[in-house]
Design a protein around this ligand. Structure first.
Ligand code: MG
Ligand code: MG
Ligand code: MG
Length: 306
């Protein structure tokens, strides 16, 4: 029986590459693992897979009766809806511990560092397994993406060291230039619908009985969306209805200005104002220095729902 390895819904590069890298490691260790995904891959991930000849994992959204490894999440709201009918053999993650629980003992690698692929890198080392050149390139890109080229406050020395070592294996000299190329691909918004933008990096969180949705767009210049804020807000209102959310947030993260324009539609926006000790104007506010959803947004929003 094969084991399926996958990351969160609206998969980012860490979730897709993590499914590939963790499956590869497990296969080398004699477990039969298949990388899968819960949704469409992003333009950034496509760029990475094309660059290093990686295959797109197969789509799998139902896992009842299966053995699974989870990577890059541990929240039920980011899992397939029948996850409780699967056997979770392990979790590799770098987020807050979510609300998934298991009936059986599991392997758990959860660390407060910049990227799940950094943890997988450490797992390769711990198991003395060699990383193929192309896989090293993909893992390096996933870490550069998640850490916003080392600018994110989630980034640690473990991540920067992993990138340097993976770049050497992959034979990449100027990894920062490659990362910029990747972020330019990620920043493309021309012709994208508001719904496409609002679901590119969307995550839902259960906060004491209230559902909160948070999308993030990481761009080299968010002014490309200046004319589209009303349209984005209008679609956020629609998504809030459709998903039964208490609050929907969108972070337009400018990786050069190093901060995020926060867009908010909520049943009680005062919770969000309190979370960031600020006032919203036209449903928006600039949050200087805020780059990380997991470290600078969720930990401040969640206590408002206690
Ligand atoms: Mg992720
Ligand atoms: Mg990640
Ligand atoms: Mg991210």
């Amino acid at each position: 029986m094969s084991t399926y390895v996958f990351g969160h819904t609206s998969p980012d590069s860490d979730s897709i590459v993590g499914a590939i890298s963790l499956s590869y490691l497990k296969n080398q260790l004699g477990e039969d693992c298949i990388p899968t995904r819960q949704g469409e891959i992003s333009a950034e991930t496509e760029f990475i897979l094309n660059k290093f000849g990686g295959a797109t994992p197969e789509l799998k959204t139902s896992v009842a009766g299966e053995n699974v490894y989870l990577i890059d999440f541990s929240d039920k709201a980011q899992a397939p809806s029948d996850i409780m009918e699967a056997t979770i053999l392990g979790i590799v993650d770098h987020h807050k511990l979510g609300d998934l629980t298991t009936d059986t003992p599991l392997e758990c690698w959860i660390r407060p560092i910049g990227c799940s692929n950094t943890i997988v890198y450490e797992m390769f080392k711990a198991n003395d397994v060699e990383i193929p050149k192309d896989l090293a390139g993909m893992m390096m890109c996933a870490i550069l993406s998640d850490t916003v080229i080392f600018k994110s406050p989630t980034c640690t020395k473990v991540d920067t060291k992993a990138v340097k070592e993976l770049a050497a294996i992959a034979g990449i000299q100027d990894y920062k230039a490659l990362a910029m190329e990747m972020f330019i691909v990620k920043s493309a918004v021309d012709g994208a619908s508001a719904r496409n933008l609002n679901t590119r990096d969307y995550k839902a969180f259960e906060m004491n009985g209230s559902k909160v949705g948070v999308n993030q767009l990481e761009m080299v210049d968010i002014s490309a969306l200046d004319d589209r804020k009303e349209e984005i807000l209008e679609d956020m209102r629609a998504m809030k209805e459709e998903e039964g959310l208490h609050t929907m947030l969108v972070l337009l993260t400018d990786i050069m200005k190093e901060g995020s324009q926060l867009l908010c539609v909520s049943d009680d926006a005062s919770k969000i104002e309190a979370a960031f000790n600020t006032k919203l104007e036209n449903n928006q506010v600039w949050l200087d220095g805020v780059l990380s959803r997991k470290k600078q947004v969720i930990p401040f929003v969640q206590p408002q729902f206690k």
